[in-house]
Design a protein around this ligand. Structure first.
Ligand code: GSH
Length: 238
């Protein structure tokens, strides 16, 4: 069965393997797309973390105690009973490997898993920087560089093309690659600086994600954060 590792949000009747008696600390901020990618992965796996709100805009990531955990001062970070890990892609892989009832969200098969890894590296190396360079200047009251906007459009076109032959970002079933992309794409859409509906396959996949992820928190996690960030962009762009 596709995605059988996914359990409904707050479903207390399903206890993922190895997860019975402890809670993972998640250093998180709602406006941060990689933070939301990790939280929705946790919800998909049936994990209810202990959320520690960590706001980079308020300087929380630069506090000495946080820097001891994560010298790169980024969110998200997890602390799983002393095992500290940062970078959303690494965290999502760890969570599926450690707590997934199966490997559907990050396949162990080398070729299928490599497709997921490639998408995660694309998010980290291209999509997230493209989002950052085109949206943060606007939040700061400036305009983004045309070359950066073009790079983001190229990334959107690339994903649209991927989805011509693939139902999900990394193959025919949902994986953490979809979580990594949807948290950014929904934020780009909510911010209104780029027309996501211009990319037909990406737009169709976006609607598919809303449906498929609704049972484990699409609205509450992915959309709520996207709208919070989008509201900030729209206010600054006024
Ligand atoms: N590749 C990292 C990126 C994390 C990242 O840059 N997070 C931003 C918020 S979205 C942050 O923490 N910025 C604060 C800082 O860099 O000090 C990941 O996926 O976790």
């Amino acid at each position: 069965m596709e995605n059988e590792g996914i359990v409904p949000l707050n479903n207390k009747s399903v206890d993922p393997i190895n997860m019975s008696n402890h809670s993972i600390d998640l250093y998180y901020f709602i406006m941060s797309p990689p933070s939301r990618a990790v939280l929705i992965t946790m919800k998909a796996l049936g994990i209810n973390p202990n959320i520690i709100v960590t706001n980079p805009m308020a300087g929380d990531t630069m506090k000495p105690d946080y820097l001891k955990l994560n010298p790169l001062h980024t969110i998200p970070t997890i602390n799983d009973e002393g095992f500290v890990l940062y970078d959303s892609g690494a965290i999502m892989k760890y969570l599926v490997d450690q707590y997934g009832k199966d490997d559907s969200l990050y396949p162990k098969d080398p070729k299928k898993g490599a497709r997921v890894a490639q998408r995660l590296f694309f998010v980290s190396g291209t999509l997230f920087p493209g989002f950052f360079k085109t949206h943060i200047p606007v939040v700061m009251g400036r305009t983004a560089e045309e070359a950066d906007k073009e790079k983001l459009r190229e990334a959107l076109t690339y994903m649209d093309k991927l989805l011509e032959d693939s139902k999900w970002m990394a193959g025919n079933s949902m994986t953490v690659a979809d979580f990594a992309v949807i948290t950014l794409l929904s934020t780009i859409e909510s911010s209104g600086l780029f027309d996501v509906s211009f990319y037909p396959n990406l737009w169709q996949w976006f609607q598919q994600c809303k449906n498929a992820m609704s049972s484990f928190g699409y609205e509450e996690i992915v959309q709520a954060g996207a709208d919070a960030f989008g509201g900030m962009v729209k206010k600054s762009a006024e």
